[in-house]
Design a protein around this ligand. Structure first.
Ligand code: DI6
Ligand code: FE
Length: 401
């Protein structure tokens, strides 16, 4: 069988469903053709291959390329000053109500042109790529006008052309109230639903629609309007839900068949049941939990018992999670959330793919999926979760290259 490339002498953590745990194959082989996986499994069961290139992995481990399914990677400026204020005792909500917080990042983001947005985001994207990321979700939500949200989404698409990585764009127009609409949240939601979503969807800039359903964000009713508009344009939805308080956003997300509900520190049993029933992925963001010194844990054990798939993401953003490491994300998920090594690795591969609606394309080593691989200098997969600050990536493969 003709193929482009073969990786031999590898140990695989395929993450394929149907294989127990990580789907380990001790004497494994991966073959690619036209950027897709032609074979992944035991070397002895492989078909006769006629590769143009052979890579001897010398016993190294291969996992699916890592996936970060929730980032606000594109933003102007930083909020190191607010970090200092918080260290001195101010709370996130106090800073937000005083005009700092998301609003200050909106100002800094609007001040950048597309090239500026790209230039400031690239080092963060490169940090993720350097750790083996092959798919990254990027949200808008610091523009908050048609023009500025479009600029963020265009910059996100452009990042995917500048680097060998797949970018998923999420429209988060309902992230915060822009200053022009102070006191008129419903008027702003009108603009989001009647103008921004239709226009940006028609321009092909939106892969999914998100909202910040929270006391300092938007109400459940406003979120429903956003979801109705998304549905009218055939766009999948996801939600920032129950991060700081229980607004019953996860149940609403479930009602709309959302891809994921994210954060979930204050999720209740009804929300868990609703998510389980409609197959909504729980995207957990331990970096935000850690950086905000949150003490209210997301209900991990109950999510596990209910069979809700759990993804992990950096939530890379300047206010609550200035994090660009999926390794550290996994380490925090294990240490702070008591997730297992298997759950952590599945969280940044298979379940992250599910959270992006990309499970048929990426997230596991299975025939027909894109050949996105991470090849590691490790003795066992647990090392990817256990170490803090060492990068054992040997090579990264994106679409077979
Ligand atoms: N939840 C978060 O953690 C981020 N956005 C959101 O809706 C925070 C964004 C920021 O503080 O800039
Ligand atoms: Fe977020």
């Amino acid at each position: 069988m003709d193929c482009d490339r073969v990786w031999t002498n590898a140990r695989l953590a395929s993450l394929a469903p149907g294989r127990p745990g990580l789907g380990v194959v001790d004497h494994g082989l991966v073959a690619s053709r036209d950027g897709r996986i032609l074979y992944a499994g035991p070397a002895q069961d492989a078909p006769a291959l006629n590769p143009a290139n052979i890579d001897d992995c010398a016993g190294r481990w291969i996992t699916p390329g890592l996936i970060d399914p929730h980032t606000h990677l594109i933003h102007g400026g930083d909020r190191a000053h607010e970090f200092q204020l918080r260290l001195a005792g101010a709370t996130y909500e106090e800073i937000a109500r005083a005009g700092g917080g998301i609003a200050s990042t909106v100002k800094a983001t609007r001040a950048l042109d597309e090239a500026g947005l790209i230039a400031t985001a690239l080092p963060r994207l490169d940090a993720l790529i350097a750790e083996g990321a092959t798919t990254v979700e990027i949200k808008s939500g610091y523009g908050l006008s048609l023009e500025h949200e479009r600029r963020m989404l265009l910059a996100a698409r452009r990042l995917g052309e500048l680097r060998p990585v797949s970018i998923s764009t999420t429209f988060l127009g309902a992230h915060a109230l822009p200053p022009e609409f102070a006191g008129d949240a419903d008027g702003y939601i009108d603009l989001v639903c009647r103008e921004m979503i239709p226009t940006l969807a028609a321009e092909g800039l939106i892969d999914a629609v998100d909202a910040f359903c929270e006391g300092i964000g938007f109400t459940l009713d406003q979120t429903r309007r956003i979801f109705d508009a998304a549905r009218a344009h055939g766009l999948p939805v996801k939600l920032h839900a129950e991060q700081l308080s229980n607004q019953h956003g996860a149940a609403l997300a479930a009602e709309f068949g959302a891809l994921s509900a994210d954060h979930l520190e204050y999720l209740d049993d009804a929300g868990i049941a609703a998510m389980a029933k409609s197959g909504v992925v729980a995207t957990l963001l331990p970096g935000a939990y850690y950086f905000m010194r949150e003490t209210h844990l997301p209900p991990i054990a109950a999510l596990r018992t209910a069979g809700v798939p759990m993804a992990l993401a950096t939530d890379c953003n300047p206010g609550t999670s200035p994090l660009t490491s999926l390794f550290l994300t996994m380490n925090m998920a294990a240490t702070l959330f008591r997730m297992t090594v298997e759950e952590c690795l599945a969280g940044v591969t298979r379940e992250a793919a599910r959270a992006l609606g990309q499970i048929d394309n990426v997230g596991t080593l299975e025939v027909g999926k894109r050949c996105d691989l991470a090849i590691w200098d490790i003795e066992r997969p647990a090392e990817l979760v256990y170490r803090m600050g060492l990068n054992p990536l040997h090579a990264r493969v994106w679409r077979g290259q």
